[in-house]
Design a protein. Structure first.
Length: 267
């Protein structure tokens, strides 16, 4: 079972999981199901949240599929990074157009300065970006991904432009209305789920995925059964087998219906 964080399991800016959702996930794991978090966040942020809700040994697909790592392990099971040439292209474009970037390298997140976007990201994830001035000076630091943050209306226009500009060279996807992500072309949540399921000996037909955003579409398409949140847009909902109820604890409702009630499919 693979669950997205922001907008799915975490539906607020306080990095908080509803108690009912956390309890249902623990019951699913206790029933013998591999619980996997699939998020655009760095592994460290997801691991800290999982420890808080009582899942200290779960698997995490992080960086939108660029890394797979089990909580508590020192090294990732899989890790993809951006080529230095492509990282430079993204940074140069942002510098020339005064766009705000977060540059993810290892456990560090670099920004030019702490604008409101840096503070928003810190509040959402619990990870504080490190001001580094001109990001062209840190290009020697290998990047797992680069994130652009801006007002949703402007970012929607930039997303179309960037998807065309790096088509066939980078995986460019929005993960929230104010976040646009740049990652290795082969990195996405669906590919990572397929890779991990094979490693664990679980047929994809026996996997369940829950997500809410465009970056979750590969995950929903790869899973044997896919659930979109009620807040998802129509494109994302169109990739799902079921849409969750608009409820206080929608993840718990889905898991009680599909897993804990002993059914692999909704009635």
């Amino acid at each position: 079972m693979a669950i997205d964080l922001d907008g799915t399991l975490v539906r607020n800016d306080e990095n908080r999981v509803e108690a009912e959702d956390a309890e249902a996930i623990r019951k699913v794991q206790a029933a013998g199901v591999h619980v996997v978090i699939a998020t655009g966040r760095p592994h460290k942020s997801a691991e800290e949240l999982l420890r808080r809700i009582g899942l200290p040994d779960a698997y995490v697909i992080s960086f939108n599929g660029a890394m797979v790592k089990r909580c508590g392990d020192d090294k990732p099971l899989m890790h993809l990074t951006l080529s230095p040439e492509l990282a430079r292209e993204v940074v140069e474009m942002a510098v020339h157009r005064h766009l705000y970037l977060l540059y993810f390298s290892g456990d560090e997140i670099y920004v030019t300065h702490m604008s409101k976007w840096g503070w928003i990201y810190w509040k959402r994830t619990g990870l504080r970006p490190e001001p580094a001035g001109d990001l062209r000076g840190i290009l020697s630091a290998e990047a797992t991904k680069i994130v652009m943050m801006d007002e949703p209306e402007r970012l929607a226009r930039l997303a179309k432009e960037c998807e065309q500009r790096w088509s066939g060279r980078l995986y460019v996807t929005p993960s929230r209305p104010d976040i646009l992500e740049f990652m290795p072309l082969s990195a996405n949540k669906g590919a990572a789920l397929s890779w991990l399921a094979e490693r664990l000996g679980v047929p994809l037909a026996e996997t369940l995925a829950l997500g809410d955003s465009r970056n979750d579409i590969p995950l929903l398409e790869a899973a044997g059964f896919a659930v979109a949140m009620a807040s998802a847009d129509d494109t994302t909902k169109g990739c799902a087998d079921m849409v969750a109820a608009d409820a206080q604890a929608p993840v718990a409702e889905v898991l009680h219906k599909l897993v804990l009630a002993g059914s692999a499919r909704p009635s």
